[in-house]
Design a protein around this ligand. Sequence first.
Ligand code: FES
Length: 327
Amino acid sequence: MQQVRPAWRDGHFRARVVTVKKLSTDMLEVLLMPERSWPTHVAGQHIALTIEINGRLTTRVFTIASGANTRQKEKQIRLVTKVKAQGALTPYLHSCVPNQWVNISAPMGKFIWPKVKKPLLMIAGGSGITPFIAMLDDAVNNAQLHHTQVHLLYFAKPDEHVLLNELSAFSKRCEHFTYDVLTKQKDGDVEAHLCNFANAHWLVCGPHAMFEQVESYAKTINVPVSSEHFAALPVVSNTSLTENETFSLVHNGQSLAIDNQQTLLSQLQQAEQPVTYGCGMGICHQCQCVKKRGVVRDTRTGELSDSAEQLIQLCVSQAVTDLEIQL
Ligand code: FES
């Protein structure tokens, strides 16, 4: 199958690399042409991108930085990402060549243009600008921006703002869209800029610390917030669990001693067990496996599973009892 349809993988879509371009010292733009069966995204959604690195499939999640209109017209989607020197995937994106096939997931996520009749305040930190570029791209083309007042606060380190020419073009095309290009060093924290927008619906995408600041300020003045942040959510503590208990994890006929503090994925990795995984944060489902018996806790919500056979995601599961899984 791989010879007839390169990069064909069950449960994935394929996309061809169109170009990979440097936007700044550490920001890259990747244009992809998804195969025709890929279900078009809604601006603001993300995908899991899988590429083969040294014979091993590696997956990371990226927001699509272009609107659905662009996908329809040009058959392409765009990813814009920061290259992390120690990253598992982004340092290898440079070496992707035009026409190379990669795998992508269906579009995911609920961080999209909200259906509200209020002005919008978009708050972006660093590469968190990408969903807003996609939303504005569609809003300008669909005339949404002609009915809604939108202001963007775009924070990044000095000289690390990207796609400024696109923001400028959006504001020229539509007088309802305005934006500020800000740095913490010069303009202060995000909080200092929020008080003028108490009548708006806020959307925030950026580092966790920024999200927390915005969320806590929004609570004090009772403003609705939609957010997107990809860092793994903090583990929910459950006081009914005894600290540092040890359980046994039976998998494929072997038994491993595990604790109830770390995720199953990290403990299987530490024990050098062969385990498939991707994003490590509960999004891509590559670490999904069958739990045959036992109870696990979802680290994102604190929710407990039942003890029957069911699918679990190793990267967001902790042991609550002895477990048996099928890898
Ligand atoms: S590794 Fe992506 S969901 Fe677990």
